[in-house]
Design a protein around this ligand. Structure first.
Ligand code: AMP
Length: 543
């Protein structure tokens, strides 16, 4: 027997309409390339999303078509989130920091029909253009006064495009399982893989994120997402903030700038900020150097990489800010766990609290967790046993876009294998201990060790190459290249590193090279990365 409750679809457009009605006056503040401090209200942004939806409907697109964005965090990008998804299209956010080959792959694989771009990425798109296949036109996200000269074809100015439209729009009543957004991850081996979110998964995730033990958000908060809108929907902030009516401060291109972040946090009375450890390092360094205190900030949610104990301590002791560590993935929308003190642990000493805070946190309702051994048997939650971390839930991907099971990331009984290795303690706190996926995370962005190894193997003096991630104080991890020289060949570190130029993005180039006589191998001839990581456990990069 079914219950007698209304079956209303969970749609992204309904968040926008709720926000405009109940929190219309709440501010959205942005740093943009054409305005150092732009201010508008949620009502304005939702109205402009409706204008955008009207414009998109005139482009001859079909529901489900992908429309790409290459842009920093600001109000126009937020309007795209609502305008594109709300009107029934798929908002495909692209990471501009990727290497051109990856960008071309992603745009073509997604079959993007239009690209909305910030002014500063126009030259990048001009370079990619000859290899881009399906794109019919480009919308530059600025006004006529700031439009750049460009050789791109079919270019439209964003403000002109939406300026011609009415802000009245009736959002389509879509099936809640319709695709809403697409984000590629390069956190696994092989080509980047597309994670296709739907309206239902997005709205459910948006409901849970503001909970007190997660982001602890209400209409009185002001949120600074330093996590990019092109990376897992900025951890869901654009949806959750509008749902509860929190003010948003978008840092635009100023993501890594400690001074600019401090100024925004201070002058806009930000209560909650989100980002990867690397960005907070820049902020903390700035504060220490200038003797500034973060008086207004209450929480930071830090994730995407392991958070150093010293960072949690510095936020707490110097600034009175609670750092909550979160763990998640692009494939998980992204929230999986979040670390806050639970009942019964209040009497922990300061030191014990710090130890606990270095863990990734407790499972959030909606994301089931388990750890399993090599044979797929579940391991105990004793804080000691470690195994492959698997997850299941309504905002976790069931497959990758157009891969139809080909990625091999899902178990037969319906769990997603995260590629992380973890322990879970009796209180339910999960800690990441290792990674089985062969990738390196530097400053929150993925570097493929396999691509680096392939590039190194092209050098005539290299017989065998392996790349591992090694702890780095600023970037969390950086690549170390380990080489077996070809017989009778000599090559210097400098020559090897120079060899990568033009073959991979500059920021992927390893920080150092170690020469060894041989590499450890498995029975099937693969390099034993776990062994190698142990071998180089005490290695530190030269200054
Ligand atoms: P992404 O899909 O780019 O968000 O990356 C997700 C991956 O980042 C996870 O599978 C982990 O390997 C890593 N990660 C995320 N959060 C944490 C954390 N709190 N501690 C350690 N690694 C993390």
């Amino acid at each position: 027997m079914h219950g007698l409750m209304m079956n209303r679809p969970l749609l992204i457009s309904s968040i926008a309409e709720h926000a405009a009605r109940f929190h219309g006056d709440r501010e959205i503040v942005s740093v943009t390339a054409d305005n150092p401090r732009h201010r508008c209200t949620i009502r304005d942004a939702v109205g402009r999303s409706r204008q955008l939806a009207n414009a998109l409907d005139k482009l001859g697109l079909s529901h489900g078509d992908r429309i790409a964005t290459i842009a920093w965090n600001d109000y126009r990008h937020l309007e795209l989130y609502y305008g594109i998804s709300g009107a029934g299209y798929v908002c495909h956010t692209i990471n501009p920091r990727l290497f051109p080959e990856q960008l071309i792959f992603i745009i073509n694989h997604a079959e993007d029909r239009w690209i909305f771009t910030d002014v500063m990425f126009v030259p990048l798109l001009e370079k990619l253009l000859p290899q881009i296949e399906n794109v019919e036109g480009f919308v530059v996200m600025t006004d006529e006064a700031h439009m750049p000269e460009t050789s791109l074809p079919n270019v439209v100015c964003y403000e002109t495009l939406i300026g011609a439209e009415s802000s009245d729009y009736v959002w389509p009543e879509l099936d809640e399982r319709s695709a809403s957004a697409l984000c590629y991850t390069s956190g696994t081996t092989g080509d980047p893989k597309g994670v296709l979110y739907d309206h239902r998964s997005t709205v459910l995730h948006a409901y849970v994120a503001p909970a007190p033990d997660v982001m602890n958000l209400s209409s009185t908060d002001c949120v600074l997402p330093v996590v990019p809108l092109f990376h897992v929907n900025a951890w869901g902030v654009p949806y959750s903030c509008l749902m509860v009516g929190a003010k948003i401060v978008f840092p635009g291109p100023k993501m890594g700038d400690g001074a600019a972040l401090f100024e925004l946090l201070d002058s806009e009375n930000v209560t909650m900020a989100l980002g990867v450890p690397t960005v907070w390092l820049a902020l903390l360094q700035y504060c220490a150097g200038e003797e500034k205190r973060l008086d207004k900030l209450k929480y930071t949610l830090v994730g995407g990489a392991a958070v150093p104990r010293s960072m949690i301590e510095e936020f707490r002791d110097k600034h009175g800010v609670e750092l909550r560590q979160g763990w998640g993935m692009t494939e998980m929308s992204p929230l999986g766990t979040c670390n806050s003190i639970k009942a019964g642990l209040e009497s922990l000493t300061d030191d014990e609290r710090l130890d606990l805070a270095t863990k990734a946190g407790r499972g959030i309702f909606g994301c089931e967790l388990r750890i399993v051994d090599d044979d797929g048997h579940e391991l105990p939650w004793d804080g000691v046993a470690y195994g492959a971390l698997q997850v299941r839930g309504p905002w976790i991907c069931s497959d990758y876009f157009k891969l139809e099971g080909g990625a091999g990331t899902h178990t037969d009984d319906g769990w997603f294998d995260t590629g992380d290795v973890a322990t879970i303690d009796p209180q339910g706190y999960m800690a990441i201990t290792d990674r089985t996926k062969d990738v390196i995370k530097s400053g929150g962005e993925w570097i493929s060790s396999i691509e680096l190894e392939n590039a190194a193997m092209g050098h005539p003096a290299v017989a065998e190459a392996a790349v591992i991630g090694v702890a780095h104080p600023k970037w969390t991890e950086r690549p170390l290249l380990i080489i077996v020289r070809a017989e009778g060949q000599d090559v210097s570190k400098e020559d090897l590193l120079a060899y990568f130029r033009g073959k991979v993005a500059d920021w992927w180039i390893p920080n150092d090279v170690a020469f060894v006589e041989e590499l450890p191998h498995t029975a099937t001839g693969k390099i034993k990365k776990i062994e190698l990581r142990k071998q180089f456990a005490d290695y530190a990069f030269p200054d």
